[in-house]
Design a protein around this ligand. Structure first.
Ligand code: AMP
Length: 417
């Protein structure tokens, strides 16, 4: 027997998954985003350049395949898709801006698996490439809030927002934060000491209670912003208020990937336990240049963690307008002599866009009926010797229990009624 690879899942019922994809696609298309797709395999260098070599994702979580021949590039399973989308934008010379696109599919990260955290997981990504206007950030967050609260009917979540300023703001701030950490060095855990050296703002992601207590007193980046950045931060907040988005300013929200600047945000829910964030994103104005573009394409994007949204949807499944399965019309040929006739009749019924199946089973009629019940058949279509001789079918309504004998020529018309 074989088992699944650690951290992967089998999806045996995709009702909620499909519901999420459909609702979300319709929602973002109403905001003028178009569906695209990019490959699962990308060059390893793409993520090293975009996410930063000091991020956990690049450092230890990538599935990498080194080229086997001299000069062959190292490739990997994509750990995220913003970098891929920007690569596609640049490589395909897209010129109409902003390029508003969405995509969804599997991502791969070698993390320690737990509830809501997998090694193969799915994201729904929405990106607007080529717009530096801060109003877009507020509209984007509002679009997501409407998606979760209205289209997906979720209510138990918080919208966290922070503002990371410009690279110059961060240079100033990193020195201030460094001084604070040095002064409190003895109170830091080992991991925070390491982060202080490698990726200083990530100290805020620490899960240790003592470190978190200390960071409540830390200087925050919004206090180190230039006048221009400060104006944008204020503009963002007032636009969110104007759009009636209740959000929580979370100064310790820095996000795990290095390419963000200015607005960053996360949607989280306490109903998810430790892995509480189900959606996160922000502005990435310098990513295009990091990937070799001469031009700057200020951009904004988000990744929704589908598995985590599904955990939330599962909890409110009863009130969701999930699609009903089509009624099943199940042919029961009573002996092998009727197999061809049943196939032919089923073919006609199928052509009328009805859901049809045939039970090629030899046991008694009683056990075939039991199986039909178990399969959830709405109608059972019996064809035995008599029906074959008389060119008829017995149609049994499995809910009311009524039976009618119908001429084979009239069957499709009768069922469509
Ligand atoms: P990120 O790409 O790290 O910004 O993550 C965006 C969203 O993807 C998170 O808020 C999670 O909901 C989801 N996510 C990230 N990593 C995982 C994982 N290993 N398993 C399941 N979902 C994940």
């Amino acid at each position: 027997m074989f088992s699944r690879v650690k951290g992967t899942r089998d999806f045996l019922d995709l009702t909620l998954f499909d519901f999420f994809i459909k609702k979300t696609s319709i929602h973002v298309e109403n905001y003028n985003f178009e569906h695209i797709d990019t490959p699962i395999l990308e060059t390893t260098e793409l993520f090293k350049r975009s996410l930063g070599t000091n991020t956990d994702v690049v450092n230890k979580e990538m599935y990498v395949f080194e080229g086997s021949e001299e000069g062959e590039k190292s490739i990997c399973l994509r750990p995220e898709v913003t970098a891929s989308t920007m690569r596609a934008f640049l490589e395909n010379n897209i010129s109409s801006l902003p390029w508003k696109v969405y995509s969804w599919g599997p991502m791969f990260r070698k993390e320690r698996p737990q509830r809501g955290r997998y090694r193969q997981f799915h994201q729904f990504n929405i990106e607007a490439i080529g717009s530096g206007e801060i109003s877009l950030d507020a509209n984007f967050i509002a679009m997501l809030d409407h998606l979760f609260s209205e289209a997906l009917m979720l209510d138990n979540y918080t919208v966290h927002v922070n503002f990371l300023g410009s690279p110059d703001d961060r240079k100033v701030y990193k020195t201030i934060l460094g001084d604070f950490l040095d002064k409190n060095n003895s109170a830091l855990c080992g991991k925070c000491k390491e982060r202080r050296e490698k990726n200083i703002m990530r100290v805020f992601d620490c899960k240790q209670e003592d470190c978190q207590k200390l960071y409540k007193k830390a200087p925050y980046i919004v206090d180190s912003l230039s006048e221009e950045s400060k104006k944008e931060w204020e503009q963002l907040q007032s636009l969110l208020e104007l759009l009636s988005i209740s959000f929580s300013y979370t100064p310790t929200l820095v996000r795990g990937l290095d390419y963000y600047n200015k607005t960053v945000f996360e949607f989280s829910s306490t109903a998810l336990g430790a892995q509480s964030a189900f959606c996160g994103g922000g502005r990435y104005d310098y990513l295009a240049q990091e990937l070799g573009s001469k031009e700057c394409y200020p951009s904004f994007g988000v990744a929704i963690g589908i598995e985590r949204v599904l955990i939330l949807l599962e909890q409110i499944k009863d009130k969701l307008p999930l699609p009903h399965k089509k009624p099943l019309h199940l042919f029961l040929p009573l002996s092998e002599n009727q197999y061809s006739l049943a196939s032919l009749l089923a073919d006609h019924v199928q052509a009328a866009n009805l859901c049809v199946d045939i039970l090629f089973d030899k046991p008694s009629l009683k056990s075939m009926m039991r199986k039909a019940n178990k399969m959830g058949a709405s109608y059972v279509l019996l064809v035995g010797d008599d029906e074959q001789k008389n060119n008829t079918v017995v149609v049994k309504n499995m809910v009311s229990g009524t039976e009618e004998t119908i001429a084979q020529n009239d069957l499709v018309g009768h069922l469509k009624k």
